[in-house]
Structures are given as C-alpha cells and as structure tokens.
Design a protein around this ligand. Structure first.
Ligand SMILES: N[C@@H](CCC(=O)N[C@@H](CS)C(=O)NCC(=O)O)C(=O)O
Length: 213
C-alpha cells in the first residue's frame, strides 16, 4: 500500500494548499489507493523522518521499501503508472514532463515568493518594500504562461497531463486566482473541476478536520 506523508495541523491559509495535495491528486487520477502518515508538530524533525526527508518537509511517498521525497519526483513516479497523467507517445510524454518541470522551476518560485511575503511576513517592513517587485516578477511569468496557453484547453492542447496537475497546484498559491488572466482562470477551472482533484482536496481537508476533532 502506498503511504503519503502530510501535516496534521497547518495554519488555515495553508489548508487545501499543502504539497501533499499534488501527490493525492496524482494518486486519484491514477486510481491508486493510498493511506496517509499524518505528522504532528515536531515529527518532521525526528531523526526517523529526517532519514526519509532530509529537509523535514511533506510530502514523502512510501511503497514496498521505496521512499521518495520532492513532490515533482513523486508525481512523475506515479504518472509513469498512468496514461491519464503521462501519454505513452514519446513526444507528448516529453512535453508533459517539460511542463511539470516548468511549473516547479520556472513558475512556482515567483508565485510562492509572493505567497510567503503575504502570509508569513505580512508585518515586516522589508516585506512591504519587497512585495511590489515580487508581484511584478510573478506577473511576468504568469503573463507568459497565459499567452502560451492561449485558447488551448491544457498546456499541451486538448489533454490533461501531469504537467497540468503541477501547474494548477502552483497557480493555486496565488492569493486571488479569480484575478488571474482570464485564460488562466479558465485553465485552472478546467484542471480543478476534475473529480480526482476534488477527491484529493476533500481528503486533505478531511484529515485536518479529523486531526482537530
Ligand atoms: N520542493 C519540496 C517542497 C516541500 C515543501 O515545501 N513542503 C512544505 C509544505 S507545502 C513543508 O513541508 N514545509 C515545512 C518546512 O519546510 O519546514 C516539494 O515539492 O516536495
């Protein structure tokens, strides 16, 4: 059985955004059952967990002795088992991987930077000064992405892939996704209206609720 690690408690702003969501979503798309290893406060710093995840973060993926960290590596590993996430045709497959890496490497840092400034350091003077240029930098990436998506349904055309899954989770770090370029709003809606996304989100939120009960 696959096990995914997740936090039992996070600030409200992070609920529905924590990166185990990507892994749960990929597992739901691939129709692979999984269970969750919920980490209480401090568990991520225990030597046993650090041996599995050197940075003390979630998610990790465990199955039959295989342990993986990094959500991108985990989603790719899952995607290799599902044609819904990774096409078999070599060019389409390479393009899907390219978009997954672009989501993590070219888009996520700028969106995440603004998220951190707004939500972790909102009262700091340096954050107030840094915010406008951080937003400007993020918007350059998002505008380029909107232009590339154009009127396509998904990043590579008509079909959803692991690249879209990752890009959608990155866009959801934006503080108000309804204010994104309309092409991105439509794109994000197409991705997140997938039943697998809804199941993954519901499962993450349910784990927070049951941990709080
Ligand atoms: N690059 C890592 C980032 C993982 C990450 O930042 N996880 C956050 C939750 S969304 C975390 O565990 N934060 C706690 C920490 O960094 O100490 C991945 O994609 O798996």
């Amino acid at each position: 059985m696959i096990t995914v690690s997740a936090f039992s408690h996070v600030p409200d702003i992070a609920k529905g955004l924590v990166r185990d969501l990507r892994v749960r979503w990929a597992l739901e798309e691939a129709r692979l059952p999984y269970k969750v290893r919920l980490l209480a406060q401090g568990d991520q710093d225990e030597p046993e967990y650090r041996a599995l995840q050197p940075f003390g973060q979630v998610p990790i993926f465990e199955e039959n002795g295989l342990v993986l960290f990094e959500s991108g590596a985990i989603v790719l590993h899952i995607a290799e088992r599902s044609e819904v996430l990774l096409p078999t045709e070599p060019t389409a497959r390479a393009n899907a991987v390219q978009w997954l890496v672009a989501a993590l490497n070219s888009v996520e840092p700028s969106v995440w930077n603004v998220f951190v400034i707004n939500n972790i350091y909102p009262k700091e003077e340096w954050a107030r000064l840094r915010l406008p240029s951080a937003i400007e930098f993020m918007n350059k990436k998002l505008n380029a992405l909107a232009k590339r998506i154009g009127n396509k349904a998904f990043l590579d055309g008509d079909r959803f892939t692991a690249g879209d899954l990752m890009m959608a989770t990155v866009l959801r770090f934006h503080s108000d996704t309804s204010k994104l370029d309309p092409r991105l709003v439509g794109y994000l809606d197409r991705c997140t209206s997938r039943p697998a996304f809804k199941r993954a989100l519901d499962a993450q939120l349910a784990d927070f609720r049951s941990a709080a009960a």
